[in-house]
Design a protein around this ligand. Structure first.
Ligand code: ZN
Length: 450
């Protein structure tokens, strides 16, 4: 099929003497071959992923997420997360030379794991870097509790989790809201205890001032000193994104009332969280770290889709005290992707395509990607959300598939803009480099390692 189309294009070119390059056959639409070449040539900055440590540390590694989603109640699973997802075959072949067809039976899974083990054996501690090489990713922004073996700068840049700092009081009332939060809050309490220990604090400080000066600020400063380029909130899994702006005195009273124990009133506790969120966001601006937010319908059957609408964040984006803080809407805010486009107009708001390029087809994703590029092209970031989703789809496979699909979506969007005369060919190439690499380098003030 591809051959026939290419042959047809060549004959057409010969017949009319046209000079424009022939077309790649993309998914659902042709991609201009010059644009495809430009896109393929870029060593990308992947704005968001959860790499797993290199062997032998990989098997016991659980720090790729503060809230691993593999223990939740069953939900309706999107096709990309099912064991028969066709793209898995391409990823296994490209990464490990394994030619099995999904879904794999027990014997097939055994052979896949043997093929994986052979590459891990060859690569050793370089395995994580090798995975990036296969996807032509120069730098992957690693959203992990901590970095570790093989997942290190300059190829990996750290983004730690800070949700735990929003919840300093007894969280049993919040945990009782749903079975998912019953699992999540004890995990957040563990992260918070770790931050206390690292800050040299043994018990909950008695006052809000002490909590801020002895735990919150030292934790953020330690993360910054440890190489963090941003912090991550996956708070949409724990509550809605409507952060109000309560006065400090009110937050201090609420904190002091329950710091010594007791289950706080949920409405009062929310005000304290709101105050803490703004404070942390302000501190990140002072330290030069961006604020990443999970902004997409999330995993689990109890996830609050209404509460992840990025429009809820507009008062924060518009707060003059937070204009030094750059916010990044991870996963583009889907299903609110058009709202995301409008919010990109704020000087301190960015969005990435991570996860969308795994869960959506390139053709679908290209529609809103084109809209974003027409509206605010300097604020759009490439990303994968590579993550150890299942036995069939480890973080290498999800990184590889999302990388391929994301580049195809970009190619479709830019080809459409070129065809419609919106942009020149040079501008299309420049936009490809911006999305894949330059916008992230500008945001984080670093240059990719490749
Ligand atoms: Zn993620």
């Amino acid at each position: 099929m591809k051959l026939l189309v290419a042959l047809g294009a060549a004959l057409l070119l010969a017949a009319c003497g046209c000079s424009s390059p022939p077309r790649h056959v993309g998914p659902g639409q042709e991609i201009d071959s010059g644009i495809a070449r430009e896109i393929d040539s870029v060593w990308a900055v992947d704005n968001h992923a959860h790499p797993v440590l290199s062997p032998p540390a990989d098997t016991a590694d659980r720090e790729f997420d503060a809230l691993p989603v593999d223990s939740l109640e069953p939900e309706s699973v999107p096709p990309a997360f099912r064991p028969d997802f066709p793209a898995l075959q391409d990823a296994w072949k490209a990464l490990y030379g394994f030619d099995g067809q999904p879904p794999l039976n027990a014997d097939g899974m055994k052979r896949l794991n043997e093929a994986r083990a052979r590459v891990k054996q060859q690569q050793g501690e370089q395995f994580a870097n090798w995975v990036l090489d296969q996807a032509h990713i120069g730098t992957q922004v690693a959203n992990r509790v901590a970095l570790g073996k093989g997942v290190q700068p300059p190829r990996f840049r750290w983004v730690p989790y800070v949700d735990a700092l929003l919840f300093p009081l007894d969280n049993s009332g919040l945990a009782a809201v749903s079975p998912d939060r019953q699992k999540f809050f004890p995990l957040e309490d563990k992260v918070r205890d770790r931050y206390y220990a690292e800050s040299g604090v043994k018990t909950t400080p008695a006052t809000l001032n002490d909590y801020l000066s002895k735990v919150v600020t030292p934790t953020l400063e330690r993360q910054h000193a440890g190489g963090a380029i941003a912090v991550k909130f996956e708070v949409a899994y724990l509550r809605s994104l409507d952060f109000s702006d309560p006065p400090r005195d009110q937050a201090a009273r609420i904190y002091a009332r329950w710091a010594r124990g007791g289950v706080p009133d949920p409405e009062q506790y929310k005000l304290l969280q709101d105050f803490l969120f703004r404070t942390i966001a302000g501190e990140c601006g002072r330290l030069g770290m961006a604020v990443h937010l999970h902004a997409m319908a999330g995993d689990g059957s109890y996830f609050g889709v209404a509460g992840v609408n990025p429009l809820l964040l507009e008062p924060l984006f518009n707060d003059p005290r937070l204009r030094r803080t750059n916010f990044v809407l991870l996963h583009g805010g889907w299903p609110y992707e058009r709202i995301t486009a409008a919010l990109l107009e704020k000087p301190n708001v960015y969005a990435d395509i991570s996860s969308q390029d795994l869960l959506m087809s390139p053709h679908t994703e290209a529609q809103w990607l084109r809209e974003w590029l027409e509206w605010e092209p300097d604020k759009v970031l490439f990303g994968t959300d590579g993550y150890p989703f299942s036995d069939s789809m480890g973080w290498p496979e999800s990184t590889w598939i999302a990388n391929r699909n994301g580049r195809q979506a970009l190619g479709i969007a830019l080809t459409g803009m070129l065809d419609d005369g919106e942009i020149t060919r040079d501008r299309a190439y420049a936009l490809a480099r911006q999305v894949l690499r330059v916008n992230a380098e500008t945001l984080y003030h670093f240059t990719g390692s490749h």
